[in-house]
Ligand binder design. Structure first.
Ligand code: NDP
Ligand code: PYC
Length: 334
C-alpha cells in the first residue's frame, strides 16, 4: 500500500483518460471526480471504476471529446445536450449560468440529456451548497432494479443527491442509490467473495438471493423500502429520463458496443437560492439547528460525515492505493 498525494492521483487518472482519447477538459473532470471518490472512501465509484471508463471509451459507446451545448430555455431553466459525452463536463458547462439564474430568479432547473453518468453524485451538488445554494440532483442509469410485483428490472439504481449550506461554511449532503445497494457495491462484493445483505436482490428466477453473482448474472436489485423506494425510482426516471429529453434506464441499449458500461441517460439538477426565503444566514442556521437536534437526540452520524472524515485524512496523509491497483492503472494507459 502507498499513500499517494491526491493531486498526483488526479494527474495519473488524467493521463489514463487522455491515453484513451478524451479531451483534456473531460480528462480533468473525470480524473478529479474519480480520484475524489477514492479520497472520500466512496469505493463503489473510485479507482475500481477506471476499468469501466476505459472499456467504455474503447467500445466507442461514449464520445470522450464531446462538446456540450447549453441552451437557455427560460428564466429558470437550462437545457444541456451532453452530445453523448459525460455528464460532468456538461454540468460544468452549465454551472456558472445556472448559479446566476438561481440567484436572479430564486431557482434554476438544469436538464441534461444524452449524458453518461458513471460516478458518485455528490460531486454534482457539493459545490453549489458551498456557494450557498440548495442543490438536488437525480440521474437514471441502466435497468437493474425490479419494481414491486414486476417480473423484470425497469428502473436504474438511480442516485439522488441533496446538499444544503450549514453554518460556518460547512454543508449537509446525502447521496444515495434507490436500490438497497449500488450496482458498484454488488460488483465489489462479487469480486471480493462477500454475500449481499438480506433483501438486496433476486436471482434470474426472481428468488431472493444474497449471492452477488446471481444478481449480476440475470438477477436484479430491489429498491430500498419496497414500494416507497420504487416511487422515488419512478420520480427519478421521470425527472432525469423524461423532463431532460434523455432516455429511461430501460431504454439504454449498448448491445452494439461490447465493453460499454456507462449508461447514457439524463441528469436533472435543481438549484434553489435560500436567500429568497429570508436571509441566507437564517437558512443555514435552521439547517444547523436540525443537525444539532438530531445529534442531541442520539444520531451521532450525519450523512456525509464519514466521507468528509475520509477526505480530511486523505488530504493530510495521502490516498491509500495498493500496489496491485497502481499496476492495474498503469495497464489502462494503452
Ligand atoms: P450509501 O448507502 O453508502 O450511503 C447513502 C448515504 O447515506 C450517504 O450520504 C451516506 O453518507 C449516508 N449514510 C450511510 N450510512 C449512514 C449512517 N449510518 N448514518 C447516517 N448516514 C449514513 O450509498 P449508496 O450505496 O446508496 O450509493 C453509493 C454511491 O453510488 C453514491 O455516491 C451514488 O451517487 C452512487 N451511484 C451512482 C449511480 C450512477 O448512475 N451514477 C447509480 C447508483 C449509485 P457517507 O457518504 O458519509 O457514508
Ligand atoms: O453503482 O449503481 C451503480 C452505478 C450505475 C451507474 C453508475 N454506477
Amino acid at each position: 500500500m502507498t499513500h499517494m498525494d491526491f493531486e498526483a492521483l488526479v494527474a495519473l487518472l488524467r493521463r489514463i483518460f487522455l491515453a484513451n482519447g478524451t479531451s483534456p477538459l473531460v480528462a480533468d473532470s473525470l480524473a478529479r471526480n474519480c480520484a475524489g471518490a477514492e479520497r472520500d472512501a466512496a469505493m463503489s465509484h473510485g479507482l475500481f471504476r477506471m476499468a469501466g471508463y476505459v472499456a467504455t471509451l474503447r467500445s466507442g459507446w461514449v464520445d470522450g471529446r464531446a462538446t456540450p451545448v447549453v441552451e437557455d430555455a427560460g428564466a429558470s431553466f437550462l437545457r444541456v445536450d451532453a452530445a453523448n459525452g459525460f455528464a460532468q463536463p456538461a454540468l460544468a458547462a452549465a454551472a456558472p449560468l445556472a448559479m446566476a439564474m438561481a440567484r436572479k430568479t430564486g431557482a434554476c432547473v438544469v436538464a441534461i440529456r444524452r449524458s453518461h453518468h458513471f460516478a458518485a453524485l455528490w460531486p454534482d451538488v457539493e459545490p453549489f451548497a458551498e456557494a450557498g445554494l440548495v442543490a438536488i440532483a437525480m440521474v437514471d442509469s441502466m435497468a437493474v432494479v425490479v419494481p414491486p410485483g414486476a417480473r423484470r428490472p425497469v428502473y436504474g439504481t438511480n442516485p439522488l443527491a441533496f446538499a444544503a449550506p450549514r453554518e460556518g461554511g460547512r454543508i449537509l449532503v446525502f447521496d444515495q442509490a434507490v436500490s438497497v445497494l449500488a450496482h458498484g457495491d454488488v460488483q465489489i462484493a462479487a469480486r471480493d467473495g462477500h454475500e449481499l445483505p438480506p433483501g438486496a436482490g433476486v436471482d434470474a428466477a426472481g428468488q431472493p438471493t444474497r449471492d452477488p453473482r446471481a444478481v449480476l448474472d440475470g438477477g436484479a436489485l430491489l429498491p430500498f423500502g419496497g414500494h416507497k423506494g420504487a416511487a422515488i425510482a419512478m420520480m427519478i426516471e421521470i425527472m432525469a429520463g423524461a423532463l431532460t429529453g434523455g432516455l429511461y434506464s430501460h431504454e439504454v441499449d449498448w448491445s452494439a458496443h461490447p465493453g460499454a458500461q456507462t449508461p447514457c441517460t439524463g441528469e436533472c439538477l435543481i438549484l434553489i437560492d435560500p436567500a429568497r426565503a429570508g436571509p441566507a444566514a437564517g437558512f443555514a442556521a435552521r439547517v444547523e439547528h436540525l443537525v444539532a437536534t438530531l445529534r442531541a437526540a442520539g444520531q451521532d452520524r450525519m450523512p456525509g460525515d464519514r466521507r468528509f472524515a475520509a477526505r480530511e485524512k486523505a488530504l493530510r496523509d495521502g490516498v491509500l492505493v495498493s500496489a496491485a491497483m497502481l499496476h492495474h492503472l498503469e495497464s489502462l494507459m494503452g
